[in-house]
Design a binder for this molecule. Sequence first.
Ligand code: SF4
Ligand code: SF4
Length: 79
Amino acid sequence: MGLGSFFKRNKDKEEEIVESHIDINTDDCNGADCEKCVIACPNNVLIKEGEDTIVRSPLTCKHCKVCEAICPNDCILVN
Ligand code: SF4
Ligand code: SF4
């Protein structure tokens, strides 16, 4: 289970890879059958993508850890 990464578009329109501080253990996540963290996140950081739950915009995360608290499988970690 490693930290995910995402693309950040900077002001020069070039993309750089940025480490995400939110880690979802996809082995334990129920994805689209659950979505509790997606619904609970007040900042729309997490989204459903197909059958999976993914981190869309980690830069808008406020570290409230509501997602951690609501996850029934303890499979999301905010570092
Ligand atoms: S810590 Fe809070 S803001 Fe960040 S992804 Fe979880 S619920 Fe959303
Ligand atoms: S609450 Fe947990 S099990 Fe449910 S979608 Fe989010 S990370 Fe996956």
